[in-house]
Write a new protein. Structure first.
Length: 417
């Protein structure tokens, strides 16, 4: 019975917090015709200032720390709303204008001085409250979290609403969050939510850009790429291989977004773009493999499999000599690995891939009356022979060094009888 009561109380607390955040969120989308923008914002500021007072009553007077912590988390959830409104005031006086926006998205300051005073006054009122909230939720790291939160919310004030500006403001916010998560390594629920609150300004910028302004694929590519790096770093520092490997998904989406945003691709065929996507995706994947001992094999296998798929599908749909050479190289590498490890499936898969690519390349060299086909085969074969000679030399030197290393260690002294 006691456990059910505690669960009920916790549910009621979070319901109340959600109502407070929803009430504050309506300031971003509602239009109060009878009230000016500045009085509307002052009302929001006053409502926010009541939360720490209520938290004090719950935590000190009533000795109920859980309700106090929920209220301080609610306070942190309201700060991005303040940043969005203050950003509207700054845009109205220092930006290109807001006439193209709907009434619900306009926050107009009477003058430039009024916009500056609103930002300064709100900063003086909110920064101590932010610090107090982090003191309650993560006391040892309150200064770091406060500095990161203030810096992140300050980027909401940038009056430039272009897609490039949004990209350059979202990426640092995600970077701040990843750094704090790596530095703090939050263990409790409150500390995790405190770190997660740092992402809120990026969410506001992304939503604002999506709803009212232009959004480019490079913008989403930057967000996804930063998120992938944050996931990888968090998984590496926490020792969780699942989080580390989940960075694969935003990485592939980020590369796809950047490939789509590049203006030079219209001059290439779809098959060439598909091949380039596989090669470009392998760069961050191999970088992750190089930085992680736990997930090295996973990222290498994904990079190889992805490029094998791009080469194979290109050869089936629109045969290209470069795809054939890529299939040959990957097939030889896969079959070599399978032969050394004794894995028959891997061995035969590599042989099939390289054989198919070899046939396509030979057919191309016969059908196309140009030296590119046979020159590519001859050059690739020569490079393969040279690479084999180098690998054989390396293997021989390693074998010769192994006995010398064993002899260099003196035998262990026998125990005295």
């Amino acid at each position: 019975m006691e456990t059910r009561l505690q669960q009920l109380f916790q549910t009621l607390r979070w319901c109340g917090a959600a109502m407070i955040v929803a009430a504050a969120g309506t300031f971003l989308v509602q239009s109060w015709d009878q009230v000016g923008d500045v009085p509307r914002y002052l009302t929001l500021l006053g409502m926010t200032a009541l939360l720490p007072a209520l938290a004090y009553v719950c935590g000190i007077r009533m000795q109920e720390g859980r309700s106090a912590r929920v209220l301080m988390l609610t306070l942190l959830a309201l700060i991005p709303i303040h940043g969005g409104v203050l950003g509207g005031f700054v845009l109205s006086q220092f930006g290109p204008g807001t006439s193209s926006l709907g009434p619900v998205a306009q926050w107009v300051a009477p003058s430039r001085l009024a916009a500056v005073l609103l930002v300064a006054g709100a900063g003086l009122a909110l920064i101590p409250l932010i610090w107090a909230a982090f003191r309650v939720l993560s006391r040892p790291h309150a200064r770091l979290l406060t500095a990161a939160s203030v810096a992140s919310h300050a980027l909401l004030l940038v009056p430039d609403r272009s897609s490039l500006a949004a990209t350059l403001t979202v990426a640092p916010i995600l970077g701040f969050t990843a750094y704090c998560a790596e530095r703090i390594k939050p263990q409790t629920l409150e500390s995790r939510l405190a770190v997660a609150s740092l992402v809120a300004p990026a969410t506001v910028i992304a939503a604002r850009q999506l709803l009212f302004y232009d959004v480019s694929t490079a913008f989403w590519g930057a967000i996804l790429g930063t998120g992938a790096l944050a996931l990888f770093t968090l998984g590496k520092k926490s020792g969780d291989a699942t989080i580390e490997r989940f960075a694969l998904v935003p990485t592939l989406l980020s590369v796809a977004a950047f490939v789509d945003a590049t203006g030079a691709w219209p001059t290439l065929s779809d098959s060439s773009i598909w091949l380039a996507y596989g090669l470009l995706s392998s760069i961050p994947l191999l970088a992750f493999a190089w930085m992680s001992s736990r997930s090295k094999g996973f990222f290498v296998r994904v990079a190889v499999a992805l490029n094998a798929i791009t080469a194979m599908t290109t050869l089936l749909i629109d045969p290209r000599p470069w795809a054939a050479l890529q299939a040959i190289a990957l097939g030889l590498g896969i079959s070599s690995y399978g032969f050394v490890k004794g894995e028959r499936v891997t061995l035969y898969s590599g042989i099939a891939l390289s054989g198919f690519g070899f046939i396509i390349e030979v057919v191309h060299a016969i059908e196309v009356f140009q030296p590119s086909g046979w020159l590519a085969l001859a050059g690739f074969g020569s490079a393969l022979v040279g690479l084999t000679a180098w690998l054989e030399r390396r293997a021989r030197s390693v074998r010769q060094a192994a006995p010398a290393a064993k002899v260099s260690h003196p035998p262990a002294a026998s125990l005295s009888q």
